[in-house]
Design a protein around this ligand. Structure first.
Ligand code: HEC
Ligand code: HEC
Ligand code: HEC
Ligand code: HEC
Ligand code: HEC
Ligand code: HEC
Ligand code: HEC
Length: 475
């Protein structure tokens, strides 16, 4: 009898315990819901749903987006745009087609930034972290923040605006990844068949999510910036646009990455010819840039690596043609180092250099091999300088000795903060570090590098002494 009472008591106390736990969970849920109600972002009065044309008026003309502003693209219903033009029909073949006969160029090319400058989103292509503790982008505005989300359905940027204990929120999907991540990445999102840039970008230098560069104001949210075709012209091989709009494309029909045909021209006739003539050893009906004049060769690169207003539709320039018919190039003596868009105007800067003017042979490929990843190979680039210069001609050698041999580009082609790529952070403004292609004498940079060389030499001498010390002691 006593035993039965104890068993019943144990059973009921277990029940009570379970009930208590359930109550606690329910209470927690209710109290949280009590604290913040979640509603769709579009319920918030101050959210502005705008069309692509309106964005241009609003942001570029005004430049003054007040704190707390939220811009989202207007939903567009209706039939999605389909272009009749397939890239293959224009000879814009994918690199895989070329790999059939050019395996080595293909493998090398895949390691370059061009190959991955635009990609589909996945957990490799997106460089920023989705881990809980690193996925938040807080802003100066305590009532507005972004969170990066990844699940089995995709990758998202979620915006939350807090007002009167309500969380107004919307998640927008990351549909295209722009940038290999040398400096950073931007993300694009489809609204129907219209393409928009997303508010949050990734900055490699500090390995974090940031407000996108250029006119994205900290403490606001802008998901309504239309992506113009020119952006894709520089970062992809092909997109089919609806030419009557700013940012409407055929979603089923594009080629990502800056690939072979953008530098070699359409390849369909070349491929057809060589498939029919397998014994042929001379390449036919394809552009080999090394056979072009210096200007025509550099212009292949300048279609994307220069500033200038387009004179013809995107994706119509063909390697070997004079670029000036497609682009109003600014290659004058006072062409700026940093001009919008953020392509750093490499050709114009290079053309101002004495090396370029006096050598008559210098082109972009004197130093760059488009089929190889050379990023960060400072000593390799410095060897290129020595094709034309003896290190002894550099007066710096008297001070710094042979330590300069691997470092020519550090003093003569410095990286500089680029005001065209400025990012507004909670903590202040940051500008991307971009290589200046004006090869010259840069006294301030040289002072810094000289000091670094001296410091390196000192620490080397010190560590050499340190490793010698124990040997002497053990004798
Ligand atoms: C069916 C085989 C085949 C395919 C596919 C192919 N090529 Fe070629 N290509 C050749 C042959 C053969 C040559 C001549 C030998 C050589 O230079 O490798 C050649 C030469 C070239 C040359 C040098 C031309 C010159 O004047 O020196 C370029 C550039 C080139 N191909 C680019 C491409 C590109 C880009 C693609 C893809 C769009 C491609 N090839 C696809 C067979 C092919
Ligand atoms: C269709 C546009 C386009 C063309 C043509 C083009 N580039 Fe680029 N290039 C880009 C873009 C976009 C990037 C930025 C890639 C990234 O990091 O996402 C880039 C990056 C580079 C880089 C930096 C690579 C790195 O890893 O740091 C070099 C060097 C370069 N290009 C050289 C050239 C040269 C040389 C040519 C001509 C032979 C050329 N490019 C032609 C668009 C182009
Ligand atoms: C005139 C050609 C051009 C246009 C237009 C252009 N870009 Fe670029 N972009 C470049 C080049 C060239 C680079 C490489 C700059 C460098 O490394 O010096 C680059 C770099 C970048 C990078 C950094 C890549 C990296 O790996 O660090 C991102 C992100 C980017 N662009 C996004 C965009 C977006 C988004 C647009 C359009 C909304 C756009 N770009 C428009 C040519 C262009
Ligand atoms: C950014 C521009 C660019 C891209 C992208 C590019 N090339 Fe080239 N390619 C060049 C230039 C410039 C030359 C001439 C310079 C040289 O010979 O190194 C060249 C030379 C060649 C040659 C002839 C010389 C050799 O190396 O055999 C072939 C073949 C070739 N490329 C194939 C390809 C293929 C295939 C792809 C894509 C998988 C590709 N290229 C991508 C710019 C490019
Ligand atoms: C194709 C040959 C060639 C290459 C490659 C070359 N240069 Fe030059 N460079 C010249 C010529 C020619 C001059 C003008 C005559 C002279 O001063 O020796 C010159 C001038 C210079 C000057 C003097 C600039 C001035 O404003 O007075 C510097 C500094 C220089 N080069 C550094 C470099 C560096 C660093 C590299 C590698 C990144 C390099 N050069 C690559 C040919 C070249
Ligand atoms: C005299 C050598 C030389 C020549 C010629 C040259 N470059 Fe470069 N370029 C460099 C060096 C060095 C770097 C830095 C590479 C690194 O540190 O990874 C560089 C970097 C770049 C980058 C990446 C810049 C950045 O900061 O992200 C681009 C893009 C580029 N070059 C394009 C071009 C184009 C386009 C041309 C022709 C107009 C050209 N280069 C001609 C030496 C050269
Ligand atoms: C620590 C910085 C530094 C390094 C590294 C460096 N230079 Fe220089 N270089 C200078 C400075 C500073 C001058 C200008 C000296 C003067 O005019 O008083 C100069 C001048 C030159 C000149 C112009 C000579 C003249 O008479 O006008 C050339 C060419 C040159 N350097 C080439 C090179 C080459 C090639 C390398 C690599 C082997 C190199 N430099 C490495 C700082 C450097």
């Amino acid at each position: 009898m006593g035993q039965r009472a104890i068993i019943i008591l144990m059973k009921t106390s277990r029940l009570i315990l379970i009930a208590a736990v359930l109550f606690l969970i329910a209470w927690l849920l209710v109290s949280q819901r009590d604290e913040f109600i979640v509603k769709p972002l579009r319920d918030l009065d101050s959210v502005r749903e705008i069309a692509p044309g309106e964005w241009v008026d609003l942001v570029t003309a005004g430049h003054n987006i007040a704190p707390g502003t939220v811009l989202i693209p207007r939903k567009n219903a209706g039939v999605e745009f389909r272009s009749g033009v397939r890239p293959e029909s224009r000879g814009f073949l994918s690199p895989e087609v070329c790999s059939e006969c050019h395996a080595e160029n293909y493998r090398g090319f895949l390691t370059t930034a061009h190959a991955i400058t635009s990609q589909e989103p996945d957990d490799k292509s997106i460089l920023g972290s989705f881990a809980e503790e690193r996925s938040l982008l807080a802003t100066r505005n305590p009532d507005l923040w972004f969170k990066m989300l990844a699940d089995t359905t995709g990758f998202y940027q979620q915006l939350t605006v807090q007002k009167d204990r309500i969380h107004y929120t919307e998640k927008r999907s990351i549909d295209l990844v722009m940038g290999s991540g040398n400096h950073g990445q931007a993300y694009l999102s489809w609204e129907g068949d219209h393409l928009y840039q997303m508010h949050v970008s990734y900055l490699t230098e500090s390995d974090q999510w940031v407000n996108s560069p250029g006119m994205y104001v900290d403490g606001t949210a802008d998901f309504a910036r239309p992506v113009p075709t020119r952006c894709l012209d520089c970062h992809a091989t092909w997109f089919s646009e609806d030419s009557r709009t700013i940012n409407r494309f055929d979603r089923s029909n594009y080629l990502l990455g800056v690939t072979c045909v953008r530098c070699h021209g359409p390849g369909h006739e070349h491929v057809a010819y060589h498939r029919e003539h397998p014994g042929e050893e001379v390449g036919r009906q394809i552009v080999n840039p090394s056979g072009l004049s210096r200007d025509r060769l550099n212009e292949i690169c300048a279609q994307c690596h220069s500033a200038g207003e387009p004179r013809a539709p995107s994706f119509t320039y063909r390697p070997g043609e004079p670029l000036s018919e497609y682009l109003e190039l600014d290659l004058g003596a006072d062409a700026p180092a940093n001009e919008d868009p953020h392509s750093a105007n490499q050709l114009a800067r290079l053309m101002k250099s004495k090396c370029y003017i006096a050598s008559e042979t210098m082109t972009c490929i004197t130093c760059h091999d488009p089929h190889q990843d050379q990023r960060g190979d400072t000593s390799g680039f410095s060897r290129t300088c020595q094709q034309c210069h003896q290190p002894e001609t550099c007066r710096e050698q008297k001070t710094s000795g042979s330590a300069i041999n691997d470092r020519c580009v550090e003093c003569h082609m410095p990286s500089r903060r680029d005001e065209q790529v400025s990012i507004e952070m909670k903590s202040g403004t940051l500008m991307a570090l971009i290589r200046d292609h004006l090869i010259g004498k840069w006294p301030a940079t040289s002072d810094r590098v000289r000091a670094k060389i001296a410091a390196d030499a000192q620490s080397q001498a010190r560590s050499a002494r340190d490793t010698q010390q124990p040997q002497r002691d053990s004798r």
